[in-house]
Structures are given as structure tokens and as C-alpha cells.
Design a protein around this ligand. Structure first.
Ligand code: ZN
Length: 281
């Protein structure tokens, strides 16, 4: 299934399933207030739910208020090398904060606080069943599904201290979506092509097989220190090709169109605009 947040003309955000075969969205709002509630519940899908044609709805971030967004730094070898940082012995964990979340086609706003806004294409894991001290062997039983996340980063802020979380949490710096694809649809999360284009020019092109710490190891490591909760997001890190490591450096600019495609998870598109000059979408 593809779990989405959508709205119709009334502009009320609702949880739904994207039914690609029929081009419709199944409205789950009769039973659930949010996609987080769907994830937390093990109840069956309602059979009498309303359906809306996909072209009549707007998709939003597939999860609006995850308990936490864990991010993994330097989790692709080639990205650690281009960053001139050591390949980590333990996962490097920081956070993105939920007010930075936006959905598909929403604008990434460039604020005046950074001159170096950058992009990072990432596969994100969404937890289903929570747990403390989950073993790597049992980890996949705790996964609900996967989505695309752009770990937008203010590099000048990031590298001004050793703590990265705030530089990754500016408003609009966490585009997610378009859907959370349930794990049954993804045979192997470590065999997916991951690509990022700006204005149709390829900037990142890799495979999740290049991950240093894979999904079960990340779940084992994080849950050994803090209990994982249903709906927690773990963004697994980005491959090489980010803007700050390019020659010349390539920062996000007003008018850019950023597009991330991960095999099986769809495409996440976001325009870029400056905070002072918001474009109507
Ligand atoms: Zn990242």
C-alpha cells in the first residue's frame, strides 16, 4: 500500500491510500485522523471508504508529526570521502525537527540565515511497531515502510559547530513523500536506485546497496539507546554529489526544481524560492 496525506477542496488534511491502478485515493478519515494513527493501528482497511480521483486531490507530507526524525550522517562511503570526513565506526545520528516538514510540490524557502543551502537525497524508513533493544534480526518486523526525504541543509550553519540538528531544521528543510510505501512492496530496501536532479540535471545517482549501516543495523543501534516509537522516521543518509562537495559548489537557488526518485518509492518534486520572494504555487 501507499499511505498518503491528502486534501480535497475543503483543504482538510486526511489520511488515505493511493490506489495507483485505479488512479484514486481511498479516504481513511472515517477511521483515522492522521497517517500516524494508521501506522499505530493494526486494524483492517475500511471497505466502505470514499474514493477520490487522484487529479482532484492534493498530496501533502505523508506523515505530518512523526514522533522523531532521526538522520544518519556520512552513511555512504563516497559521501564520507567527498566530505573529507572519516568513515564512521558508529552511526552518526542527528535530528531534523518536525516543523521543517513539507510535502510534494511545496516550495523549499531559502531563508536569509544561510548562504549555503544544500540538498541531500535520502531513503527514509518509517517505523511501524516500536521497541527497545530491537535486534538486527528482528528489525524488519518493526518497519512500516519507506519514503523519500530531502535532508536540506544550511552548510554554513552546519559546519559552524559540531552539532548539526538546527542547520537541518529550518522551515521547509524537510521535504517528504509522495507516499509511505509499505514494506511488503519493497523486496529489498538495499537494492534501490536513488537519484536527485536539479532542473533535470543529475546531481546524485547511487544505490541503497552502498549504505554503510543498513536498515537493520540502524534500528538495532538507535533502539539500543532510545526506544523507537511507531511513526519514528529514520533517514538513512545521502550518497555523493551534494552541492558543497562539487567543484564549483552548487547551492540551491531561487527558481530551481529539485526532483528525487527512488526505485519503488516514486518521485518527490519541490520548487525552490527565496523567503523574500515567495512564488505562488
Ligand atoms: Zn542527510
Amino acid at each position: 500500500m501507499k499511505l498518503v496525506t491528502f486534501s480535497t477542496r475543503e483543504r482538510i488534511e486526511k489520511p488515505g491510500y493511493l490506489l495507483e491502478a485505479s488512479g484514486e485515493v481511498l479516504d481513511l478519515s472515517g477511521c483515522y485522523k492522521s497517517t500516524l494513527q494508521v501506522i499505530q493501528s493494526s486494524d483492517a482497511t475500511p471497505t466502505d471508504a470514499a474514493r477520490f480521483p487522484l487529479h482532484e486531490v492534493r498530496l501533502h507530507a505523508p506523515i505530518r508529526n512523526p514522533p522523531r526524525i532521526f538522520c544518519i550522517g556520512l552513511n555512504y562511503c563516497d559521501h564520507a570521502i567527498e566530505s573529507r570526513l572519516e568513515i564512521p565506526k558508529f552511526p552518526v545520528v542527528f535530528f531534523k525537527m518536525t516543523p521543517s516538514i513539507i510535502g510534494p510540490d511545496e516550495a523549499i524557502l531559502l531563508p536569509r540565515e544561510t548562504a549555503e543551502p544544500d540538498y541531500e537525497a535520502e531513503m527514509a524508513v518509517v517505523m511501524g511497531k516500536g521497541g527497545y533493544r530491537i535486534s538486527a534480526e528482528a528489525a524488519m518486523e518493526h518497519v512500516y515502510g519507506y519514503t523519500i526525504l530531502n535532508d536540506v541543509s544550511a552548510r554554513d550553519v552546519q559546519f559552524s559547530t559540531s552539532q548539526w540538528s538546527l542547520s537541518k531544521s529550518l522551515p521547509t528543510f524537510c521535504p517528504m513523500g509522495p507516499a509511505i510505501v509499505t514494506k511488503d512492496e519493497i523486496a529489498d530496501p538495499h537494492a534501490l536506485r536513488i537519484r536527485l536532479e536539479i532542473n533535470q540535471e543529475c546531481m546524485q545517482d547511487s544505490k541503497t546497496s552502498e549504505l554503510i549501516f543498513r536498515v537493520p543495523e540502524l534500528i538495532e543501534y538507535i533502539s539500543s539507546l532510545t526506544p523507537l516509537l511507531p511513526g519514528d522516521v529514520i533517514s538513512t543518509g545521502t550518497p555523493s554529489g551534494v552541492g558543497f562537495a562539487r567543484v564549483p559548489q552548487r547551492w540551491l537557488r531561487d527558481g530551481d526544481q529539485v526532483s528525487i526518485t527512488i526505485e519503488g518509492l516514486g518521485t518527490l518534486n519541490n520548487p525552490v524560492t527565496t523567503e523574500e520572494n515567495p512564488r505562488s504555487l
